[in-house]
Design a binder for this molecule. Structure first.
Ligand code: LLP
Length: 416
């Protein structure tokens, strides 16, 4: 996997065959830029690495939900992991195949369940007994059968940031192993649900292989146990969570990950589903931002840029590291800066104590922001959201327009 999708050639920075500076000149900043080639190559590489298992790759829409990107992935053969009616509608707008959809999430509404059933999705990943009853009743009212998996919480430490760890028994996700058997027996007795699979997802930005192996082992043991109860599991959804390299992490390669899963599955006849988000799209996006002011102080220097925490929340929310580079090739001495946005919060930063050679109006790129960048953005401080652009060789396509003030207040009204 490339270190970054931006490369330098004789002092000029490029994304594919497009000079980065030209993108900023033509479309302004802040701007999210994606590379079609990196998206294609990463997906193809993932698929190839998993060739022995031949899984259904269900891209986690929450990582990046732009319909142009979903459409590219759908064309490459991806299915999708969705967590809301909105994500379902996005997949349909992106011409994704509803029959390749798995629906995760702990709070599915009656309306969302009905929508998913009417689109004949592949499976609901059921996260509670209450949800199972709700699916049964909605399916019955529609005179349909709903396909389900139970999401099991394997109580495995994913060794990641606590906010993105989901497979520990104190987390709100899934049902515990013992309860899972009970739920399967209940599901078997319901006439409008059909047991298809089993599911787990233990967290995100996981950089070690063992948590994946431990949880897969636990689920495989459950699958074997269920068989003795005459419950036949056809697919095993192993979830997502594979990390990427932001700084010094060395996550397992796609191939190591695939091999480890393959070993645990052994010769069981199971269709595997995998729900990667970050590992497919994280390296395929950057956030371009312009330097507005340099503010030098006694103890700290600040580089104030035109993007902010509303555009990219990860540093503020998880103290996440993203590499930041200057697209202008300045030759003067570097200094240390905190790279911060204009939002009125001390937590509004992209990087701390970064050594850079920068001056006003330089163009900076915050790297590896293809996943959980734009999809987590907001309008905080009444800031219109950034434009999104997909670069394809030497062409740039606007895949989402920059928001305007009118977008911001649309739907609001004052009292008569
Ligand atoms: N499947 C389920 C059920 C999930 O909840 C998630 C992510 C995924 C798959 C995809 O996980 P991935 O392969 O991307 O790790 N906002 C956080 C990450 C939250 C992940 C939530 N669930 C961040 O920026 O790091």
């Amino acid at each position: 996997m490339p270190k970054s999708m931006i490369y330098s050639n004789e002092g000029t920075f490029f994304i594919e065959n497009m000079p980065v500076k030209k993108l900023a000149d033509d479309y302004g900043t802040p701007a999210y830029i994606y590379s079609r080639k990196i998206i294609d190559d990463t997906f193809t590489n993932f698929k190839k690495s998993f060739i022995k298992i031949d899984p259904l790759i269900c891209f986690a829409v929450k990582a990046n939900s732009n319909i142009a990107i979903l459409n590219l992935l759908a064309k490459l053969g991806a299915g999708f992991d969705i967590v809301s009616g909105g994500e379902l509608k996005r997949v349909i707008s992106a011409k994704g195949d509803p029959k390749k959809l798995v629906f995760s999430g702990i709070g599915k509404s009656v309306e969302e369940i009905g929508l998913a059933i009417s689109h004949n999705i592949l499976a609901f990943n059921v996260e509670s007994e209450g949800e199972l009853h709700r699916i049964q009743s909605v399916a019955k009212s529609l005179n349909k059968k709903a396909a389900i998996s139970i999401r099991v919480n394997p109580n495995v430490d994913a060794k990641t940031h606590p906010y993105i760890s989901t497979g520990l028994k104190d987390n709100k996700f899934g049902v515990d192993e013992n309860k899972a058997i009970e739920l399967y027996l209940l599901a078997k007795s319901l006439d409008s649900v059909e047991i298809k699979g089993i599911d787990c997802h233990i967290g995100s930005q996981i950089t070690e292989i063992n948590p994946f192996i431990d949880s897969a082992k636990k689920l495989v043991a459950l699958i074997d146990h269920l068989k003795t109860l005459d419950i036949n599991i056809q697919h095993f959804d192993i979830g997502g969570g594979l990390g990427i390299n932001y700084k010094e992490e060395t996550p397992p390669s796609f191939l190591d990950y695939a091999d480890a899963i393959d070993k645990v599955i052994g010769d069981r006849k199971l269709k595997i589903i995998v729900e990667p988000g970050r590992s497919l799209i994280g390296k395929a996006g950057v956030l371009l931002t312009s330097l507005e002011y340099i503010k030098e102080g006694h103890t700290k220097n600040f580089a104030i840029v035109d993007a902010a925490m509303n555009d990219l929340m990860r540093p503020s929310l998880y103290d996440a590291y993203h590499e930041i580079i200057n697209i202008n090739n300045n030759q003067f001495a570097k200094k240390e800066y905190d790279i911060v946005g204009p939002v009125c919060e001390t937590g509004d930063f992209f990087g701390k104590n970064r050594s850079l050679s920068i001056k006003n109006e330089d163009l900076l790129a915050v790297l590896d922001t293809g996943a959980y960048g734009m999809s987590m953005s907001s309008n905080y401080n009444s800031r219109p959201r950034a434009i999104e652009i997909l670069v394809d060789n030497e062409k740039a396509h606007v895949i989402r327009e920059r928001e305007t003030f009118e977008h911001l207040i649309s739907g609001e009204s004052i009292l008569p």
